[in-house]
Design a protein around this ligand. Structure first.
Ligand code: NAP
Length: 284
């Protein structure tokens, strides 16, 4: 039987640690603050923003939401971020992506002060990740690393295969595995004979965005399989990139969807916001 990696429990542990450190920080008169910007009325973005606000309240952060209409101009959005950059009570700023048409995601991310960029999407933070000199790790890949660590597997020297090369998941994921001395291969839609590559993986991370894409013939016996995907199956049910029922019997450990990577992303956002508060107060 494979170990089913319990992302909910691991996420709760990370959030409890953050809450404990936040309580200690509050004793010194410092309350970490997160500003969340949402533009337009995308229902998925609304759910994510509500979850982030709830998580902030649970760990004891101050949070504020800036819900802007879809008609917001680029200049208006940049003016808001400029104002948040200057506020000492706001340690983290995140702008829920994707932005509505007409707004430039990249310019908006680049306008956030890197020290408040708790999503770690700013080019300066991305560069720091490459160099291995980071303060913030991108939330989803950082959450995946926590899940991998929970299995007890040593990344060093292992064959690690990441399917997907997006800037927010695949690329930083590969970098974090490399920093821990994994032998890393990144696959994408142009990869030839994908199954032949993924079958080499001791640690396989799927970040494709296609329901049940990873099938048993793509997985090595005893592999650790991490499923980042969040998709809907033919019945509208939430499912990952991995065909869980078929693949699980071959694995030593595997994440479910839901209850795997998903809960970790918010936990790591809370950790980054705490780190931002510590850094901005000269405490880290
Ligand atoms: P993305 O930007 O669409 O990237 C998908 C990647 O998969 C691309 O690099 C693409 O290759 C590759 N790909 C597509 N078809 C492929 C194929 N047939 N063979 C091999 N590679 C293929 O997606 P993303 O933002 O990285 O997200 C990936 C998944 O993770 C989505 O389901 C998303 O919802 C989920 N996600 C979950 C969380 C969480 O908190 N759990 C956070 C972020 C994302 P090319 O580059 O060649 O096109």
């Amino acid at each position: 039987m494979p170990q089913i990696i319990d992302g909910k429990a691991i996420s709760a542990k990370v959030r409890a640690e953050v809450a404990e450190q936040t309580a200690a920080l509050k004793q010194r008169g410092i309350t970490p603050g997160l500003a969340v910007i949402i533009v337009g009325d995308d229902p998925a973005s609304r759910v994510y923003v509500n979850n982030k606000k709830k998580a902030c309240a649970e760990v004891g952060f101050y949070s504020e939401e800036h819900a802007l209409p879809a008609t917001t101009t680029q200049d208006e959005l940049l003016a808001l971020i400029k104002c948040l950059n200057a506020r000492s009570d706001i340690n983290g700023i995140l702008c829920q992506l994707p932005l509505p048409k007409g707004l430039d995601d990249k310019a908006v991310i680049e306008s956030i002060a890197p020290i408040k960029d708790v999503d770690a999407f700013h080019a300066s933070n991305v560069g720091r990740i490459m160099l291995g000199e980071y303060s913030f790790l991108p939330c989803t890949p950082a959450g995946v690393m926590e899940l991998i660590h929970s299995t007890g597997i040593e990344v060093s020297g292992k064959e690690c295969v990441v399917i997907g090369r997006s800037n927010i998941v695949g690329k930083p994921m590969a970098m974090l595995l490399l920093h821990e001395n994994g032998t890393v291969t990144i696959c994408h839609s142009r990869t030839r004979d994908l199954a032949e590559v993924t079958r080499r993986a001791d640690i396989l991370v799927a970040a494709v965005g296609k329901a049940k894409f990873v099938t048993p013939d793509m997985v090595k016996e005893g592999a650790v399989v991490i499923d980042v995907g969040m998709n809907r199956d033919e019945n509208g049910k939430l499912c990952g990139d991995v065909d869980f029922d078929a693949v699980a019997p071959k694995c030593s450990a595997i994440t479910p969807v839901p209850g795997g990577v998903g809960p970790m992303t918010i936990a790591m956002l809370m950790r980054n916001t705490l780190t931002a508060a510590l850094l901005q107060n000269g405490l880290e």
